[in-house]
Design a protein around this ligand. Structure first.
Ligand code: OGA
Ligand code: NI
Length: 362
């Protein structure tokens, strides 16, 4: 644009130059730079630390839910359904413990992600792409060309849509990812059942909507940043998914926007973080909240996290909209019906920031 060109800054060209290195943010960090490139500078508003009310986020904690001993029809289960209902309605986020995924599987996941990102650039560059048709791809910022400011992280994305050949997953990750996915789907099933019950629906209701048919796994690598106060690891956003199951290592940096404040999601070793995505907020007619979150850039690292987004398949022909059973005269539909693919296309055209939900309001 003329203004930036006049200032001697051609963002698009600098983005392209960086993208062409295929070395990601890790390449920059490894080169020993002490100042981050301009394309990574975020606005002061985006970098806002906590809230206008002062920073006491450390005293607020997102809910922790223990799945140990839940059995169908048991007393403990009723309590957990109530906890999940409250957490999903007022926080949109909770940490799950007692989920049964062995800690070794989670530790291996972090190590395998590290191994992938710490390979020779040449090896990673083979799958560096922005082509959405690729089921396995490594890239830096899926919205690098759309966003106003780049994020300090690299990602390998694996789309499990039923047609993925696991042999296409890089060897350093393959076995670990497949093992983790198996466990993660088990947890997703239990969580979807509990969420269905929390909505007052049959236990198999949400899964009956094919809400976990497709899984997109993103394994992020956030290199140490020389100027962490000027950029972000991940800018504020909501997830364009039904549900997200996230594992983060012990470094911290993830924050959610809760009642106008950025609240830390403190690492708990072995816990899985679950958050409500836009699609679940929508079908629940706003009972459950898809909450904005972000990741701070850190001076130390790398920080590693792996998110599994659960979604209907993009070629699902069923129309999605607020669940009929939840609607009444007092609770009229807040959203119109649409195809999942239309939603995804809209979200990705818009880039990471902001929410796509308003586009589907009645
Ligand atoms: C995401 C996300 C958080 C993290 O991938 O959508 O919010 O801790 N990740 O990396
Ligand atoms: Ni997210």
């Amino acid at each position: 644009m003329p203004e930036t060109a006049a200032a001697g800054y051609d963002r698009k060209q600098q983005v392209k130059q960086f993208d062409d290195t295929k070395a990601g943010v890790k390449g920059l960090a490894d080169s020993g730079i002490t100042k981050i490139p301009r394309i990574f500078l975020h606005s002061r508003e985006d970098l806002r630390k906590s809230s206008d009310h002062g920073d006491n986020s450390s005293s607020i904690k997102i809910p922790i839910i223990d799945l140990k001993d839940i059995v169908h029809g048991g007393l403990r289960r009723e309590a957990v359904v109530a906890e999940i209902c409250e957490a999903s309605a007022s926080w949109g986020f909770f940490q799950l413990v007692g989920h049964g995924v062995p800690t070794t599987v989670l530790d291996n996941l972090v190590e395998a992600t590290r191994s992938f990102h710490e390979q020779d650039v040449g090896e990673k560059a083979k799958i560096y792409t922005r082509d959405d048709r690729e089921k396995v791809k490594y890239s830096c910022n899926f919205d690098l060309y759309e966003s106003n400011a780049a994020n300090w992280r690299d990602t390998i994305t694996i789309v499990f849509d039923g047609s993925l050949d696991p042999d296409n997953i890089p060897m350093v990750l393959r076995e670990t990812i497949m093992e983790y996915r198996k466990h993660c789907l088990g947890v997703a099933k239990v969580v979807c059942e509990l969420l269905s019950e929390a909505l007052g629906l049959r236990l198999d209701y949400l899964r009956g909507m094919n809400c976990d048919k497709n899984q997109t796994l993103v394994a992020h690598y956030y290199p140490p940043c020389p100027q962490p106060e000027l950029t972000l690891g991940t800018a504020r956003h909501t997830d364009p998914a039904f549900l997200t199951i996230l594992f983060q290592d012990g470094l911290g940096g993830l924050q959610i926007l809760h009642q106008g404040r950025w609240v830390d999601v403190s690492p708990i070793h072995g816990a899985l973080i679950v958050n409500i995505g836009d699609l679940l907020q929508l079908v629940s007619n706003d009972k459950f909240k898809s909450v904005e979150h972000r990741v701070l850039a850190l001076p130390n690292g790398p920080r590693i996290s792996v998110a599994m987004f659960l979604n209907p398949s993009s070629d699902e022909q069923k129309l999605y909209g607020p669940i009929k059973e939840l609607l009444s005269d007092e609770n009229p539909p807040l959203y119109r019906e649409f195809l999942v693919n239309d939603y995804m296309v809209y979200y990705y055209a818009k880039g990471l920031t902001g929410t796509a939900l308003s586009h589907f309001k009645v």
